[in-house]
Design a binder for this molecule. Structure first.
Ligand code: FO1
Length: 332
């Protein structure tokens, strides 16, 4: 069995760790036993800084799945030091609002060296995964640069990372732009994984700048809809519980595109497959049980389950619920 997950950074990494654990815990004769897990990772947060290619969502997954993520800060490596970063900031080649830890710099220098040697981001990702076998396969959504930029209502245009880390998403947004996305294509491994998928899961990541960016790559939406030769159900997990973003600033992004911070509104943003959208099924938190009937009426197979991923057990339980819901929708 092949499970394909579309994911962004921190929330996506925790969810994918849950999917891996749910597969590990599956009974030997269960459908999930020994399933392959392929993750399509958002690359819209990526940027060039001090001549280095930074890939936050990819590295959140890489570090979380290899047990090296700084779970307190939510990003970067555990046990990190910042000696080089202090030098970079003193030279003015990195801003004081974006810290590159010494170990993390090792990843960025290796990535940038390989890119300069002509490797694609997918090949770079594969090399990083060889050093730290994850039990899943990460695929950058595209090998083309589609850095997300924010155009503020004040007419300022800045890279997403500046809006996110310097301004904490407080600057009002007129629109998001995935720079160069019209020329982008899904990375080779992405299309192969989707073609072989038995189920596709949309992780509880930021629906606008993470999942939205992945889906904005030309050809990606069609590849998801026809996954598994058209038989793979698509199940999504809400990133919103009881009207609040679980983490990150998904609410700031949703309001910027005129979508309510509501588990039902996000489902309708993705759309139900019978209505021309993407989803066969949608999981909301038990706090949002009241939304289920309306979602079902709109063509979603909807269910309310515990959505809070506090630890490995709750993450694995949520992943198992998403997989079970998805597989119930297995398309004939
Ligand atoms: N987030 C911050 O809030 N402050 C930082 O200084 C920072 C540095 C950083 C370095 C490498 C990296 O991979 C991620 C980093 N992040 C930082 C997190 C990053 O902005 C977010 O993980 C994603 O971009 C949001 O989806």
């Amino acid at each position: 069995m092949k499970i394909v997950v579309l994911a962004g950074g921190v929330g996506g990494a925790r969810f994918v760790r849950g999917v891996r654990e749910a597969v590990r815990r599956a009974a030997p004769d269960a459908a999930l036993a020994n399933a392959d897990i392929d993750v399509i990772v958002n690359t819209g947060d990526d940027w060039w800084l001090a001549g280095l290619r930074i890939a936050p969502d990819h590295d959140s997954l890489l570090y979380t799945l290899s047990g090296q993520n700084d779970e307190v800060r939510g990003w970067g490596r555990v046990g990190e030091t910042e000696r080089v970063s202090a030098e970079l900031q003193a030279h003015g080649v990195t801003p004081d609002w974006f810290t590159l830890g010494d170990l993390d710099l090792g990843t960025h220098i290796a990535r940038s060296a390989w890119l300069r040697a002509g490797l694609s981001p997918s090949e770079v990702s594969r090399r990083l995964q060889q050093r730290w076998p994850l039990g899943v396969t990460l695929h950058p959504a595209t090998d083309d640069e589609v850095d997300t930029h924010v155009v503020t209502t004040a007419g300022e245009r800045l890279h997403f990372q500046e809006w996110w880390t310097r301004h904490r998403a407080t600057l009002p947004v007129a629109r998001f732009e995935q720079q160069g996305v019209a020329e982008a294509r899904p990375a080779p491994g992405v299309l192969a994984a989707l073609e072989a998928a038995d189920v596709v899961i949309i992780a509880p990541s930021n629906p606008v700048v993470s999942i939205g960016t992945i889906l904005s790559v030309p050809g990606m939406r069609e590849a998801v809809l026809t996954a598994g030769a058209g038989t793979a159900p698509v199940v999504g997990v809400s990133p919103i519980i009881a009207g609040a973003a679980v983490r990150g600033m998904a609410d700031a992004c949703l309001s910027a595109i005129g979508v309510a911070t509501d588990a039902g509104a996000v489902a309708r943003l993705y759309g139900a497959r019978p209505a021309g959208g993407l989803l066969d099924a949608w999981l909301v938190g038990v706090e949002d049980e009241s939304l289920v009937a309306g979602l079902r009426a709109d063509g979603f197979a909807a269910a309310a389950v515990p959505l809070w991923m506090r630890d490995l057990d709750t993450s694995a339980a949520l992943a198992a619920a998403a997989l079970a819901t998805g597989l119930e929708q297995a398309r004939a």
